[in-house]
Write a protein of this length. Structure first.
Lengths: 411, 397
């Protein structure tokens, strides 16, 4: 099936693009693992548990204390670090297992696996020294601590290298000053995985360093902003926060590599397809099984739009597993992880817009409204997921990444 | 996707590189602009020597038992061949004969020597057999057919018109759906191309002169040439045929789209306007990224569909899904390719226009997006579980 590539090569003098093998196989062990995770989530996240632990102030809608307890349960079951090396307390399984886990979590609308159990550990494994690894990985795996990703700043979004948070050396310490914005999960984290400028250089990407910063140090403060979905999101301020030089991840001034490496892991992790499958299943059930909505199921226009969604869902799911499989085979997918996130998120936005259209005036009913169809989930996802357009790359920036890193077009 | 015995299946879908190389080197030798122009200008629209070469390489018999490999992998191999030949834009009746006619002949329920004989000849490159399924206003007409069959002269007499039919001028036999007069059922018949009462009128088209209207005026067919005799069996045969045809057409479309992207990337780099390569403009980069995204979606959906053909599971679902995607996305890829190329893509001395015209043909062949969307919506409405992937999760309600 890669024959077209072979034909293309001799004719065209373009930089050759390697392509990932698109045929996705899940082994019996993978399927067993999926079933096990699915059963666990189904039994724990009952309707009662969901309503008892709903918090409209939280992105994702889960109470912070429930999220923390739930993460501990995951740790006890060995669901944190499934892909890490056994030496660091992981299970040493391939990346497909990680994607299955994330996939099932999304499908079940479980409390999201935050970056401290997702891509931050992978960045540590790839770039941190042994001291940092043995200090932080076990605690992360046991869900005793969590970290948030302190990259974005008011003046450094898509142009991340423009960040202005400074870290200045004083003896054995660095003194960090600056503001981090759009800081998801920061309000219950103990540490920041922070990018700061350590030197000024002609080369824009040089002079950035990655630190782990203990948020208990003096000088850290946090503010919150109400968002479009009604939940809160946070900014974190660092005012002369002293951090030991031993907390540098990777090499001084060479943090851009860590950052880019981590972003590839991040995109692989959040590209898991469960969200879209859940949205499709939910709409199919609504239109064909819910007695109040059967007229939708009989409408050929509705059926056709569900078909469109099923196609996008298939592509997103297959792509995610293709990328995971490539990881498992020891390849290092790069721009493909961006494609993965984009396909999933564009499909999700399609599903969310379709859900709003199908529910009509009911779509805007929030959780808690009397008999709100689907408990207000359509409203929540439609509003909250507008961040898909811009967070962790976003639809436009991702296309830039594809054009330059994937297709080799000049900047 | 959820398939056990991953390792044996992995081997099954990895196409033999010697086979691929043979098809590629055939294409490099034969698919020259001069030859393609010539084939488009004059009937029958393909080169008979090419056809023999394809038989020799083993392409034509891939799907025809007993020539098809017992170990499987024939669908993956045919998909690969359809991609290489497709990208080359060299016209051949590959899809009509080596895919569609072969599928009808192998799937039809009535076992006769006629079937075996034709399959043997097709595999050897000695016969062109084409399906004639379209009628005016009806793509893949089964229930709607206006063509009739009545018993007579020791066999059947076929009357009516099929159009457009690809490569009918060259056909040694034509497969038609016709309504049987005394039972009212739709049957499948194999009509010799030069039978008494068969008239073939060439129709000029976007891709040359290989299309025709085929009119049957009490064309005589012997009794053994009825392949299916009932609505249910005829429909199943055509349904299965279209499933496989759709996947092979999707392979062709993906290859054409990929080539359009490659041409566009090269052009964007070479073409200088406003003092720089137009490929440095972000809007051009965005067009290219979008083209790539469309193609990547088709690529994974195609792999899923080929795997379905190999395992026999979810064939209808996955073949229709990839054909809808290919038929809808590849034309959008071409729109963007032309946007970037500007006037250069409008002229016949540059390969993009031919790719565009082949896409126009392939998007409708093997079932248009509309046809496959209709099949998918019917699947969805008759069984709400069929389209979704709830089987691998607890179903969300």
């Amino acid at each position: 099936m890669d024959a077209e590539v072979n034909f293309r090569k001799p004719e065209i003098g373009e930089p050759t693009r390697r392509e990932l093998n698109p045929t996705v196989f899940l082994s019996d062990d993978h399927l067993r693992f999926r079933r096990e995770v699915c059963d666990f989530l189904s039994s724990r996240l009952t309707a009662d548990v969901r309503s008892a632990n709903h918090d409209p102030d939280e992105l994702g809608g889960w109470r912070v204390d429930f999220r923390r307890d739930f993460k501990r349960q995951l740790a006890e079951r060995g669901y944190i670090g499934v892909g890490w090396p056994v030496a660091y307390g992981g299970r040493g399984l391939d990346m497909v297992y990680e994607v299955i886990l994330a996939d099932e979590f999304e499908y079940h609308d479980a409390p999201a696996l935050d970056p401290s159990v997702g891509y931050i550990p992978y960045a540590l494994l790839a770039f941190a020294n042994d001291d940092l690894k043995s200090r932080f990985l076990p605690a992360l795996r046991r869900a005793e601590i969590s970290m948030f990703l302190a990259y974005s700043e008011p003046e450094a979004g898509s142009d991340l290298a423009n960040l202005s948070t400074r870290a200045e050396r004083e003896g054995d310490e660095y003194v960090i000053t600056g503001q981090k914005s759009y800081s998801s999960y920061s309000h219950f984290a103990q540490y920041a995985f922070l990018a700061a400028r350590t030197s000024v250089s002609d080369r824009k990407h040089h002079g950035i360093t990655l630190f782990i910063v203990d948020l208990a140090h003096p000088g850290v403060s946090i503010s919150r902003h109400r968002t479009i979905s009604g939940s809160y999101h946070h900014s974190v301020y660092f005012d002369h926060v002293r951090t030991p030089a031993s907390m540098i991840v990777g090499t001084l001034d060479e943090g851009w590599r860590v950052l880019m490496g981590a972003i590839d892991y991040e995109r692989a992790a959040i590209g898991s397809p469960g969200l879209v499958d859940r949205q499709l299943d939910r709409l199919v059930s609504l239109c064909l099984l819910n007695p109040h909505y059967v007229q939708l199921g009989n409408d050929p226009i509705v059926a056709d739009r569900l078909v469109s969604l099923a196609i996008e869902a298939d592509a997103a799911r297959l792509y995610a597993y293709m990328v995971a499989q490539a990881h498992a085979n020891g390849e290092r997918p790069q721009h493909e992880t961006s494609v993965c996130v984009l396909l999933k998120r564009e499909a999700a936005r399609l599903a969310e817009a379709l859900a709003v259209d199908l529910l009509g005036p009911e779509a805007q009913l929030a959780r808690g409204a009397e008999s709100a169809t689907l408990e207000g989930v359509v409203d929540r996802e439609y509003r909250e997921h507008i961040f898909f357009r811009f967070a962790a790359g976003g639809f436009d920036i991702t296309r830039n990444v594809i054009a330059t890193r994937g297709l080799g077009m000049a900047r | 996707m959820t398939v056990p015995q991953a390792e044996s299946l992995r081997n099954r879908v990895s196409v033999d590189s010697l086979f691929r190389d043979s098809v590629s080197s055939f294409v490099r030798k034969r698919a020259t602009s001069t030859l393609i122009d010539e084939l488009e200008e004059h009937g029958p629209g393909y080169d008979t020597q090419d056809w023999s070469d394809l038989a020799r390489i083993g392409v034509l018999g891939l799907l025809a038992p007993p020539f098809s490999a017992e170990s499987g992998g024939q669908y993956a191999a045919m998909s690969s061949a359809a991609a290489i030949l497709g990208a080359s834009t060299l016209p051949t009746p590959l899809h009509e004969t080596a895919v569609e006619a072969v599928l009808v002949l192998t799937t039809a329920t009535r076992v006769t020597d006629v079937r075996t004989n034709w399959l043997t000849k097709i595999a050897a490159g000695e016969a062109i057999v084409v399906p004639a399924l379209n009628e005016t206003g009806h793509e893949i007409a089964i229930q709607e057919t206006q063509v009739s069959a009545k018993a007579g002269r020791g066999g059947w007499l076929i009357t009516g018109t099929k159009r457009p039919v690809a490569y009918a001028q060259a056909a040694d036999a034509i497969i038609v759906v016709a309504k049987i007069a005394d039972t009212g059922e739709r049957g499948l018949f194999l009509v010799p191309g030069r039978a008494e009462g068969v008239r073939v009128d060439s129709m000029p088209s976007a891709n040359g002169h290989h299309l025709a209207a085929v009119t049957f005026e009490e064309a005589v067919v012997d009794g053994d040439s009825r392949l299916d005799g009932q609505d249910v069996t005829s429909t199943m045969t055509i349904d299965r045929t279209i499933s496989v045809a759709a996947v092979m057409r999707a392979s062709q479309l993906l290859a054409l789209g990929s080539r359009a992207l490659s041409l566009t990337l090269r052009f964007a780099e070479d073409r200088v306007q406003f003092g720089r390569s137009i490929g440095r403009f972000q809007v051009v980069q965005r067009h290219c990224a979008d083209m790539y995204l469309f193609l990547e979606k088709i690529r994974v959906l195609l792999a899923q569909a080929v795997l379905s053909l190999e395992t026999g599971e979810e064939i209808r679902r996955n073949s229709s899904i990839v054909k809808v995607a290919a038929s809808e996305y590849v034309p959008q890829v071409l729109e963007r390719a032309h946007q970037v190329h500007g006037g250069v893509g409008f002229y016949r001395d540059y390969p993009l226009e031919r790719i565009f015209r082949r896409v126009m043909e392939a998007e409708a062949a093997g079932g248009s997006a509309r046809w496959h969307r209709a099949r998918l919506t019917e699947m969805l409405r008759s069984d709400e579980r069929e389209l979704r992937r709830g089987d691998s999760h607890a179903i969300a309600t």
